[in-house]
Design a protein around this ligand. Structure first.
Ligand code: AHM
Ligand code: MG
Length: 336
């Protein structure tokens, strides 16, 4: 007899008491993200039909304007989190500034802020390549019942309460952590439920996949160039292989399962790196560390970087522990 897998809804309820701050609020928040992810998934899966159903700027059959998918995903996540009144503020890659929720309502006792990249890698949609959603959750530091402030969002990654991603791939998965390991849930589209498919996910300590946009090679710091050459030449009988999807969530997800490293270093084209600290790097770093992996900017632990602005960029090296440490060795030795 096969045992029925646990659904994400059941998992959230059963594990609620182990959350660091157990009030049910965080459970409701993750439940809302689950719901929005299903709605976005439905839309992402229809992307290939866009020429048939209408393109951005057109009006669809119900008279609604067709939207670009990243705009759509942004709206869905914000709507879901706002309407259910479970957070006090949201910051998104798609919004210049953070959003304050119910700032006039003294009864808004919500403690959490969410930072989100609603559809990361969206340039891949046109060509049927996986994209993802990334989210990061903090407790606010200003008093509850008052409007959120920038400082509630500019917290170090080490203060995260939960983080996760959704990968809209060959199957859709939601992977998240609340600081007690990492669990992955796969969507059964026929039923519309996420099932626990990857309990207690761990990065292999070592790996043989390196993921980096080698088109930027000439622009990379010397330490990174040397590391890439080490992977290609000096590490024996070609034990390394290169895989780069160009969708952070998918590259990270594969590396976590198979063992590997993802790198987006700074260079003259991206003087501070390309990826965003608060809603791309920190959540992935939290998941990586919870899964025995590691994440840094080549020198400093990602989650120890002091945030100074909402859309701050940072160099990002993340994956199997031994591989990240090797890159850090090269950075210390060869630097920029
Ligand atoms: P985006 O937020 O504009 O989608 O950019 C983030 C994406 C990551 O998913 C991906 O790893 C990286 O940018 C790819 O960048 P590049 O095309 O420069 O290699
Ligand atoms: Mg992004």
């Amino acid at each position: 007899m096969t045992t029925q897998k646990q659904t994400l809804g059941e998992f959230i309820i059963e594990n609620q008491s182990s959350f660091r701050y157990s009030s049910g609020e965080l459970s409701r928040l993750i439940n809302s993200i689950r719901l929005a992810a299903k709605v976005v998934n439905h839309e992402v899966n229809k992307a290939g039909l866009v020429d048939i159903l209408g393109t951005a700027g057109d009006t669809n059959i119900q008279g609604e304007d067709q939207q670009k998918l990243d705009v759509y995903a942004n709206e869905k996540f914000i709507q879901t989190l706002t309407k259910r009144n479970i957070v006090c503020g949201i910051a998104s890659e798609e919004e210049d500034s953070f959003i304050t929720i119910n700032s006039q309502d003294e009864n808004n006792q919500n403690k959490y802020v969410v930072l989100i990249d609603p559809l990361d890698g969206s340039s891949n949609i046109d060509v049927n390549v996986s994209v993802g959603t990334i989210f990061s959750i903090y407790r606010r530091i200003t008093p509850v019942g008052t409007p959120v402030q920038l400082e509630d969002f500019l917290q170090k990654g080490s203060e995260q309460v939960a983080a996760g991603y959704v990968v809209y791939g060959t199957s859709t998965m939601l992977v998240y952590t609340t600081g007690y390991g990492v669990n992955g849930f796969t969507l059964n589209p026929a039923i519309g439920s996420f099932y626990l498919s990857h309990p207690n996910m761990k990065f292999p300590e070592d790996g043989n996949i390196y993921s980096v946009n080698e088109g930027n090679y000439l622009d990379f710091p010397l330490g990174i160039k040397k590391y890439i050459k080490y992977c290609q030449e000096e590490a024996g009988e070609r034990p390394y292989t290169s895989r780069y999807i160009g969708s952070l969530v998918s590259d990270f997800h594969r590396n976590m399962i198979k063992g590997g490293i993802y790198m987006y270093p700074k260079g003259s084209r991206n003087p501070n790196g390309k990826l965003r600290l608060l809603y791309e790097c920190n959540p992935m770093a939290f998941i990586a560390e919870q899964a025995n992996g590691k994440s840094s900017d080549g020198y400093t632990r990602t989650m120890d970087v002091e945030p100074t602005e909402l859309h701050q960029r940072v160099s990002f090296v993340c994956g199997s522990k031994n591989m990240v440490e090797k890159v850090e060795e090269f950075m210390r030795e060869f630097g920029e």
